[in-house]
Ligand binder design. Structure first.
Ligand code: LLP
Length: 445
């Protein structure tokens, strides 16, 4: 399907990007600041590449989302999708702001617990949970497991029964609704691996009701990510509401609907989805059902809270073409542009650089792949060797998707809070890259 971002419009200018990113400002002397903290100072002290998160932005956005739900008259439990950013500090900030967690692995479950999120506020989603992960979730006492197939239901029933427990289960339905987002982050159309086909959901619910170890409590739906319009949500929720009614008509109780996540943000100039509109869609389609409602947002809360700082390693001239600006950050740090051709704003850290008239350039990383490209062509102030930039909106699906490809260690992470900053993850050492390698005697003798 077509990319939802219209790339035919001119790239937003420095001024326009600052206007759409309220936690960023440009000071003539200090340069680009996040929540009033100069990013140059962080880059000087910590080096680049380096992720920087704003605690205030996380708190503010969690509050906006929760208030939007409240204002719509919804009593809803909000579970942060840990996959978007699993740092313990991020999870604790959001827990203190009133959020639980949506986890998709045993590792995420234990991270959420470590960050102080009670198991009673944790929902376990995912299409392929192992027996060990299911056991862990039951033993930890998570509030609900979202089951994605008949096969998984059977396994879960066996695991729970063998532990002598009963676990609350929501069936994740695939409503066959196109979320109108990037194909790689669309999850609710027939034919992709997610969820239970809509037509099979009621039968499976009935089955779940009869199985030992599981208690069918309701349905879950998640149709994709970076969703910008409400129609796909409405369509999906309408179908789920119908399913709830049919299920009740069949004499089975339903007490939970998990509305998933997916609410989109403004990366370029596409305009963010509104939490109020999302709350309105939930209320109008599901508000009368007398069920406990839940949401699982990730990106909307965390993406605008983070930037990735990088330095220009080289400016490589191209005869008759646009220059390559080669950064010290790469696809191993921020994978989104390589994987989805995602557009991330790029701002110089120096106010002097930021005020220069733009040129067209390609912004790339040093990894040995053509896909290691942050922007194929971008209108940007000219950047010389040593200049520093911030890649915007990288607080979600940024550091969590990093790898150490090309033997590039994981970048440092910093948290800005209350006008100061703290390193919250040390830059990985080169030695750590091979710390767990084992060279068998057979190869050394
Ligand atoms: N719930 C479930 C079951 C999910 O699969 C996801 C995301 C979420 C909630 C949270 O969605 P969000 O509110 O963050 O859109 N790596 C991709 C995004 C993958 C999203 C996968 N599922 C990216 O960088 O765009």
């Amino acid at each position: 399907m077509a990319d939802p971002v219209d790339f035919s419009t001119p790239d937003p200018t420095v001024r326009e990007l600052l206007a759409t990113h309220s936690n960023l400002s440009l000071d003539v002397r200090s340069g680009l600041m996040l929540d009033g903290v100069p990013l140059q100072a962080i880059a000087d002290a910590v080096g680049t590449p380096c992720w920087v998160m704003s605690a205030e932005t996380l708190r503010r956005r969690a509050a906006i989302l929760l208030n939007a739900m409240k204002d719509a008259g919804l009593s809803i439990s909000a579970h942060f999708a840990v996959k978007a950013n699993d740092h313990l500090a991020v999870l604790e900030i959001l827990a203190r702001a009133g959020m639980g967690a949506d986890v998709v692995s045993g590792g995420e479950l234990l991270r959420a617990r470590k960050a102080g999120i009670p198991a009673s506020k944790i929902v376990f989603s995912g299409v392929g949970k192992t027996d060990a992960e299911l056991r862990l979730a039951i033993e930890e006492g998570v509030s609900q497991i979202n089951v994605e197939s008949a096969e998984e239901l059977e396994v879960l029933s066996g695991v729970a029964a063998s532990l002598g427990s009963e676990i609350a289960v929501a069936l994740r339905v695939n409503p066959d609704v196109d979320a109108r987002t990037h194909a790689k982050i669309t999850t609710g159309v027939a034919g992709n691996k997610f969820g239970i086909p809509y037509e099979e959901a009621l039968d499976l619910y009935r089955e779940a009701h009869a199985l030992p170890g599981v208690k069918a409590v309701g349905y879950a739906v998640h149709i994709g990510s970076q969703i910008l319009t409400m129609e796909p949500y409405r369509d999906a929720y309408r179908r789920v509401a119908e399913l709830v009614r049919d299920t009740r008509a069949a004499g089975l109780p339903v007490s939970v609907v998990d509305c998933g996540g997916g609410i989109g943000i403004n990366y370029r100039d596409e305009g963010a989805a509104s939490p109020n509109a999302w709350a309105g869609a939930i209320r109008s389609e599901l508000g009368d059902l007398d069920v406990r409602l839940a949401i699982e947002p990730g990106r909307w809360i965390a993406a605008p809270a983070g930037v990735l700082l990088a330095s220009v390693v080289l400016r490589k001239a191209v005869r008759g073409g646009y220059p390559f600006i080669i950064l010290d950050a790469a696809m191993n740090d921020l994978l989104r542009p390589a994987l989805y051709e995602a557009w991330h704003g790029i701002l110089p850290l120096s106010a002097h650089d930021a005020m220069l008239a733009p040129e067209t350039a390609s912004i790339v990383g040093p990894v040995c792949e053509s896909g290691d490209t942050f922007a194929k062509t971008r209108e940007l102030p000219p950047l010389q060797r040593g200049a520093r930039v911030a890649l915007l909106d990288t607080g979600a699906y940024g550091a969590v998707m990093s790898s150490t490809y090309n033997a590039r260690p994981f970048a440092a992470q910093v948290l800005v809070d209350g006008g100061t900053w703290t390193v919250i993850r040390e830059r990985q050492s080169i030695e750590y890259l091979w710390a767990h390698d084992i060279v068998p005697a057979s190869v050394s003798t």
